[in-house]
Design a protein around this ligand. Structure first.
Ligand code: AMP
Length: 424
């Protein structure tokens, strides 16, 4: 029997981990600078949280959730996104009672039953930020600035930000009516999904990716033409901040995002290098979600980005990224006694924070030296009979191809390896 991973869920092998670690590190670094604190959430929630929070008629809830009954017949769902969980945690732990304004971030796996293709999988990873408890347009700009700062730190350029406003709940009612009126004349020529959406929520027609439906969608009314005075002012101010900060954006009148909780500002950051699945990250305001989940009226704004897509772009654009960390020292051993010395030295050096490896396969000295070269160890020491007797040996700097006489104690070795590490 041959075992394979579940379709759309892949292993991240050691060769790629350098990218993952560096991206995670950068996200955490930018989060610290922007004062976001990390939150870690369960991978599963009660299904109701998502069906209510994200919206029954969205593709995510309607088609893409991994939902099952547990042993007590409770309906659980593997999280397809984390914003609803963050809002749940915010209320469940009374974070809003102690300090209603919270800036939180997360990194972790999400699950959606989608058709796997480049940049789209069934288990994928998101990093995301949520700023809860303020309607200040400067906060929308802060969240967008976080996204741009992260891209800068990763050395990525040539990206574009699509921006739109879909207004408050009342604006959306009016916009929905306008869309229903517009699509009435075309809906018979559109796909079955769109026809269903026309009856349940015409806004969701704008999510359709069918090229035939897109012809009609491109001509549909724009949401910014249906904003009330407050939402209009908010959008003007958000753009004002973005202009002041010199952050690029373009208005995309048809951008509404695929989840029902969004209000007012919505945005996506796009990369040309991604092909059809071109969104690196997406987000916006969700001023009604906390209240919808039973809390007080609490405005909020955030975004989520896909780690896999970000890494795809980095692999193309920034080749210096993602290098694995090099081994500090390889101990090549000859004979039983040399090996014993290698084992004990390795033990004390590792406890001083130095990465050390040695041969565990009984290989010849020539093979051990070849291996140290192949893995690009920074230093090499050969431990044979002579070295054992004299307790003196030679340490080779593999980059400079230079050797130095050294006494074979962990402290003396550590001094050289650490010294050169900090001097790099
Ligand atoms: P969303 O939660 O749908 O707004 O998605 C936010 C970001 O997550 C997108 O811009 C993508 O970068 C990423 N993403 C969403 N769905 C997938 C998926 N199925 N596979 C890989 N990345 C995804």
């Amino acid at each position: 029997m041959k075992y394979e991973s579940v379709r759309g869920m892949r292993d991240i092998l050691p060769g790629e981990i350098g990218y993952w670690k560096q991206v995670e590190e950068k996200v955490r670094g930018v989060a610290t600078c922007f004062c976001y604190r990390e939150i870690r959430l369960p991978l599963m929630e009660h299904t109701e949280l998502f069906s209510r929070g994200i919206g029954e008629e969205t593709d995510v809830v309607n088609k893409e959730m991994y939902t099952f009954l547990d042993k007590k017949n409770r309906s659980l769902t593997l999280r397809p996104e984390a914003t609803a969980s963050v809002a749940r945690a915010y209320l469940e732990h009374g974070l809003h009672v102690r300090e209603p304004f919270q800036k939180l971030f997360y990194i972790g796996p999400m699950f959606r039953y989608e058709k796997p293709q480049k940049g789209r999988s069934r288990q994928f990873h998101q990093y995301g930020v949520e700023a809860i408890g303020s309607l200040d347009p400067a906060l929308d700009a802060d969240v967008i600035s976080f996204a741009w700062t992260l891209m800068d730190m990763l050395g990525l350029s040539g990206l574009s930000l699509r921006l739109n406003s879909i207004g408050c709940a009342e604006d959306r009612q009016r916009y929905r009516k306008a869309l229903a009126g517009y699509f009435a004349a075309h809906i018979d020529e559109m796909c079955t999904d769109c026809r269903r959406r026309y009856d349940s929520n015409p806004l969701r027609i704008l999510d359709c990716k069918e090229s035939h439906c897109q012809l009609y969608i491109q001509q549909a009314p724009a949401s910014i033409d249906y904003l009330c005075a407050d939402c209009d002012r908010h959008f003007v101010e958000v753009r004002g901040y973005l202009d002041k900060l010199g952050l690029n954006y373009g208005i995309d009148a048809r951008l509404i995002r695929g989840l029902d909780y969004y209000t007012r500002t919505v945005f996506e950051l796009i990369s040309k290098d991604l092909g059809a699945q071109d969104a690196l990250l997406g987000g916006g305001r969700y001023d009604g979600l906390v209240q919808l989940l039973g809390g007080p009226a609490t405005p909020a704004v955030g975004f989520a980005g896909g780690m896999e897509r970000l890494i795809l772009v980095l692999q193309k654009k920034n080749r210096s990224f993602g290098r694995e960390e090099r081994l500090d020292l390889f101990l090549a051993a000859l004979g039983e006694e040399g090996r014993l010395l290698a084992v004990t030295l390795a033990q004390s050096l590792r406890s001083q924070g130095i990465s050390v490896d040695l041969d565990y396969r009984g290989r010849s000295l020539r093979k051990q030296l070849g291996y140290a070269d192949q893995i690009e160890a920074r230093y090499l020491i050969v431990l044979g009979e002579d070295e054992l007797g004299s307790k003196q040996g030679r340490i080779k700097n593999m980059d400079k191809r230079e050797e130095y006489e050294i006494s074979l104690t962990a402290d003396a070795i550590a001094h050289i390896v650490h010294g050169s590490k900090h001097g790099d």
